[in-house]
Ligand binder design. Structure first.
Ligand SMILES: *[C@@H]1O[C@H](CO)[C@@H](O)[C@H](O)[C@H]1NC(C)=O
Ligand SMILES: *[C@@H]1O[C@H](CO)[C@@H](O)[C@H](O)[C@H]1NC(C)=O
Ligand SMILES: *[C@@H]1O[C@H](CO)[C@@H](O)[C@H](O)[C@H]1NC(C)=O
Ligand SMILES: *[C@@H]1O[C@H](CO)[C@@H](O)[C@H](O)[C@H]1NC(C)=O
Ligand SMILES: *[C@@H]1O[C@H](CO)[C@@H](O)[C@H](O)[C@H]1NC(C)=O
Ligand SMILES: *[C@@H]1O[C@H](CO)[C@@H](O)[C@H](O)[C@H]1NC(C)=O
Length: 644
């Protein structure tokens, strides 16, 4: 059995001042076997036999708790009343250890106040009186103590502890009383067995934060510590830790999490600001949008957010006026501007047009950009030009210009040398369309020359062309008219008909025939091209052949020619890497076009057949170029000749 001291639960073991009601570690006498002279309801027992002090203690410890240890007046009175008289009296749990009277149960020295010695005791008569007896029912000094040699035989006065390890719900101090115990509850617990815990009002988790409470058997009971934290962007207002005090009250009210404030914002000059404050004015998560008054450009972020750090996501923006350098109307032109935000301000748009006879050189429209620059340089109006004129043969030219030589507005007068007459308009003007009002005139001789004498230079048929002449008044004489044409693939360059004029000159120079042009061929690597150009590069008659590098196969036609209609006879081929399929091989060698299966079959059959023919007639009889084997496709002799 556990001793008073060794019990795990805590109970108050102390020397008790006489007169207090508290008793600890009681013992009781009992009769050892039969003589169970137990005292009703009290837990004192005593032995029926007498033993030495040590054997007595062992007896008590074996059957009960220990020798009676602590007493007060009430207990002494009770024991003296309840325990029967025995001539050798009873051992109790006090012994002289190291020359000090000690409670053996607690190993604490006996205090002066707790002493209950009989008069003139302890006397230590024979110098070995180290143990203590109690005079139960002695005629003199009943209940008092006396020191005795430990080897003497006396009855053991034992007690049984009432406290056990689950007493007081382990939530209080178990205090032995006579026959029972009482509970002295630890702070925060109450009830006869300390079975009730003081609890505080339950705490709710924080909005925008969290709570962490120390583990307790019961939620929010005495001494529970709850600590609080706020989410990012929030700060704790109040105590960060509270404890459930023994009064059932929290040591402080629960805190709250408040959104962190950012500094107050005001709308920048000439700007509007609109804010939303989900968690309070200019607090974490507040957002403010900015817009500028008309014509002003927002420089900076258009929206600011109050961050979890308590700072705004960006500095406040500014509203700035944007102007471009003022523009001038071009000379001989006009400028029309739309300027919604003021002269030459951002968003201004200017359109340019030129006066008649002038054309715009430069952009038709300029915009003032947010950077304060126009989208380009201002355009200019340039006078429209007519073709240059020269003085007619046997005549002269005199021009007066308004906007430069042969420019719009220029007027030119023609005159002929003496003896010659102007044929055609005698003055022309350069119009806004860039054309002269009339063709330049010629100067013809005034005395009509004998028509028969008029001779124009003989004309030759142009290369690749035709000429047919009607000679009215002699070969290449006056009014002889020659008509020109070109062979297929050529086009005529110049007048198609010339007439011999009285001046002995043709109305125009002899025309020429020029080869029709086909589109220029552009080769792509690795193909190679080789062209012959009899009539000029990529012109009618040009013929080009194509080659692929070794190991690559030409996919398409090897040759193409520029046709009379200006189209190439075949498309550009491509080069293809990799081995030839049967179909490709056949196509390559013979130009056969067929379905794969047909080809394979036909190819095999034809090869066999050819063998036969060769045996029959030396292989010299040509095959019908058209397959007559009932197979798909068409085969030419080339397919065989290429593979002897
Ligand atoms: C005395 O001892 C007996 C036998 O062990 C036991 O039954 C009895 O309860 C004890 N008396 C008291 C008062 O505890
Ligand atoms: C007795 O007391 C002395 C000194 O006070 C100490 O050194 C010694 O350990 C003690 N012996 C016992 C058995 O308590
Ligand atoms: C002993 O004490 C406990 C705690 O005070 C109490 O609950 C119990 O009823 C008592 N027993 C008796 C028999 O008085
Ligand atoms: C609560 O905190 C107090 C003071 O720091 C401490 O004494 C107590 O043991 C704590 N309670 C728990 C259940 O940890
Ligand atoms: C073109 O501008 C020049 C210089 O301003 C001016 O003298 C002239 O009359 C203008 N011409 C026309 C056709 O407006
Ligand atoms: C030559 O042709 C012109 C115009 O066709 C004609 O006016 C003139 O009379 C002709 N001259 C002769 C001599 O036929």
């Amino acid at each position: 059995m556990a001793s008073c001291l060794k019990t795990t639960w805590s109970w108050r073991v102390q020397s008790v001042v006489f007169g207090t009601a508290q008793l600890l570690c009681f013992s009781a006498l009992m009769t050892e076997l039969m003589n169970q002279n137990e005292v009703a309801a009290w837990t004192y027992n005593y032995s029926s036999h007498a033993y030495t002090w040590s054997v007595s203690r062992n007896f008590c410890k074996r059957y009960y708790t220990d020798l009676v240890a602590i007493q007060n007046k009430n207990e002494i009175t009770y024991l003296n009343d309840a325990i029967p008289y025995y001539q050798a009296y009873y051992w109790i749990g006090i012994r002289k250890i190291n020359n000090t009277w000690t409670w053996v149960g607690t190993k604490k020295a006996l205090t002066e106040e707790a002493e209950n010695w009989a008069d003139n005791e302890p006397n230590n008569k024979k110098n070995n009186q180290d143990c203590v007896e109690i005079y139960i029912k002695r005629s003199s000094a009943p209940g008092k103590w006396n020191d005795e040699p430990c080897g003497r035989r006396k009855r053991a006065l034992c007690y049984t502890a009432s406290c056990h390890d689950t007493s007081c719900s382990k939530q209080g101090e178990c205090v032995e009383t006579i026959g029972n115990y009482s509970c002295s509850c630890y702070p925060g617990f109450y009830g006869p067995e300390c079975e009730y815990a003081i609890t505080c009002e339950p705490l709710e988790n924080l909005v925008h934060g969290s709570m962490e409470c120390s583990l307790s058997p019961r939620a929010f009971q005495y001494n529970t510590n709850c600590s609080f934290r706020c989410a990012e962007g929030f700060e704790l207002r109040g105590a960060d830790t509270v404890r459930c005090a023994d009064g059932g009250q929290w040591t402080a009210p629960a805190p709250v999490c408040q959104a962190l404030p950012c500094r107050d914002l005001t709308a920048p000059n000439k700007a509007q600001m609109s804010c939303s404050h989900p968690l309070g004015t200019f607090k974490y998560q507040s957002t403010c949008r900015f817009s500028c008054d008309g014509g002003l450009l927002l420089v900076g972020a258009s929206e600011l957010r109050c961050l979890a750090t308590g700072a705004w996501s960006a500095p406040s923006p500014k509203c700035q006026a944007i102007t471009c350098t003022p523009l001038l109307s071009p000379q001989n032109g006009t400028m029309t501007c739309v300027q919604p935000l003021g002269d030459s301000s951002y968003k201004s748009t200017c359109q340019f047009t030129c006066d008649e006879g002038f054309s715009l050189s430069g952009p038709e429209r300029l915009d003032c950009t947010p950077s304060g620059h126009w989208t380009g340089s201002p355009p200019m109006c340039e006078a429209i030009r007519c073709p240059e004129l020269s003085a007619p043969e046997r005549g002269s030219l005199h021009c007066s210009d308004v906007h430069g030589e042969f420019n719009v507005g220029s007027t030119c007068q023609f005159s002929c040398h003496k003896g010659f007459k102007l044929e055609g308009a005698n003055n022309v003007k350069c119009t806004a369309s860039g054309r002269w009002t009339a063709l330049p005139p010629t100067c013809e001789g005034i005395a009509p020359a004998p028509t028969a004498e008029v001779r124009c230079p003989a004309l030759l048929t142009p290369g690749q062309g035709t000429m047919s002449c009607r000679h009215r008044l002699g070969i290449f004489g006056l009014n002889t008219t020659c008509y020109f044409g070109c062979k297929a693939g050529f086009t005529l360059l110049g007048d198609s008909a010339l007439r011999c004029r009285p001046s002995g000159r043709w109305t125009a120079v002899t025309p020429a025939c020029r080869a029709v042009k086909c589109s220029k061929l552009h080769i792509t690597e690795p193909i190679r091209m080789n062209c012959s150009n009899p009539w000029g590069n990529f012109s009618y008659g040009s013929s080009c052949t194509f080659h692929c590098p070794e190991g690559q196969l030409l996919n398409g036609s090897v040759r193409t020619a520029c046709q009379e209609n200006g189209q190439w006879s075949a498309a550009m081929p491509t080069c293809q890497a990799g081995p030839l399929t049967i179909q490709e091989a056949l196509t390559y060698f013979g130009g056969a076009v067929a379905s794969t299966t047909g080809l394979v079959m036909g190819g095999t059959l034809l090869a066999l057949l050819r063998k036969r023919f060769r045996q029959k007639d030396d292989g010299k009889s040509p095959l019908n170029p058209q397959s007559h084997l009932g197979t798909y496709g068409v085969f030419t002799n080339a397919a065989f000749d290429a593979n002897p």
